[in-house]
Write a protein that binds this ligand. Structure first.
Ligand code: ZN
Length: 323
């Protein structure tokens, strides 16, 4: 790394987080300092044919504005919502309109910069392991508790991609038999159905219907995960029971993952993590009770980079792949 600096001065990385509604772009130094970030809309019409040309244009404009030559950009990482294999080939990204798509190859041609691809949840985990909550840890499991559950696993500093890019899909780990409602993936009984924001709201509805126990949640229309954690902080007994059910599902699932990965740290992000450390009050006990003893030493951490985790991870992906 220092050699590169001696030859050509400052070197740069670009991280691009391609979401279904907007593309988040980040310009970084090769040391991981975020110099600038900006967004453009994602134009998904016509099978997403405009997405990469739009990104190519915004990169050209930004580099011109900053007076940076493309030869000083080490690489550009792209994170997309869908499985992406080690070669940067997307298998399918429904939210972008893409089917099978050789992302890294096409982006490299269009950008005139070497480009690499990864799954959005996986690169977010890499970002948190590089410059976020788990900075300095080589083995990290990240779960993002949003509408669904995203997952990413970092082993020895590298994304666990798997053979088709679907490694780390923690949200679809089977945790309950006999579920009658299907998960978004078509299976039944995935952890996403119980521990995502949507899942927690469902656990609350089910608990409220069980009997007439008093709870501040009874007066709330369309109870959300946030309502549940707000009530927990007020000491609401029924809400605490919902939290325990959530923690039981997630804690046991994380214990199973820990037996396979033996992580230094488990990072929890996404909207649900905004509730704060209180979520760990429910997750740690079932985790510790069920985890294999040699895998018990784990740091539970709240994600730090928020919506920037993706662009950081994409920049790190480019740094790793280019060197
Ligand atoms: Zn599923």
């Amino acid at each position: 790394m220092s050699g590169k600096r001696e030859v050509g001065g400052m070197k740069y990385l670009i991280g691009i987080d391609v979401g279904g509604t907007s593309v988040k772009n980040g310009l970084f130094t090769d040391g991981g300092e975020l110099l600038d970030k900006w967004e453009i809309p994602t134009r998904t019409e016509n099978n997403g044919e405009n997405i990469l040309p739009d990104i190519a244009r915004t990169i050209d404009e930004k580099l011109a504005e900053k007076g940076i030559s493309k030869s000083d950009v080490i690489g550009c990482g792209l994170g997309v919502p869908g499985p992406v294999n080690e070669e940067g080939v997307v298998q399918r990204a429904v939210n972008l309109g893409w089917g099978y798509f050789p992302l890294a190859e096409k982006a490299s041609e269009l950008f005139g910069i070497k480009a690499y691809g990864g799954n959005d949840a996986n690169v977010a985990a890499l970002g948190e392991a590089w410059k976020g909550a788990a900075s300095g840890f080589a083995n990290v499991v990240m779960v993002t508790l949003g509408t669904g559950i995203g997952g990413g696993i970092i082993v020895n500093g590298k994304i666990l991609t798997g053979c088709r890019g679907a490694g780390g899909e923690i949200g679809h780990m089977h945790v309950k038999d006999g579920e009658t409602i299907p998960c978004g993936c078509g299976n039944h009984g995935c952890i996403e159905q119980y521990a995502s924001a949507t899942g927690i709201a469902r656990l609350a509805r089910e608990r409220l219907e069980e009997n007439d126990d008093a709870s501040s949640l009874r007066g709330v229309e369309n109870v959300s995960a946030k309502d549940v954690f707000d009530a927990i902080k007020q000491g609401d007994k029924l809400a605490i029971e919902v939290g325990q059910r959530f923690g039981d599902y997630l804690g046991k699932a994380l214990a199973n993952i820990a037996c396979v990965v033996n992580p230094d740290a488990i990072v929890v992000g996404g909207g649900v993590s905004k509730a704060g450390d209180v979520i760990f009050d429910f997750v740690k006990e079932p985790f510790e009770k069920n985890v294999f003893h040699a895998c018990r030493q784990v740091e539970f951490l709240l994600a730090k980079l928020d919506n920037d985790a993706g662009i950081y991870g994409c920049a790190k992906l480019a740094l790793d792949k280019a060197s």
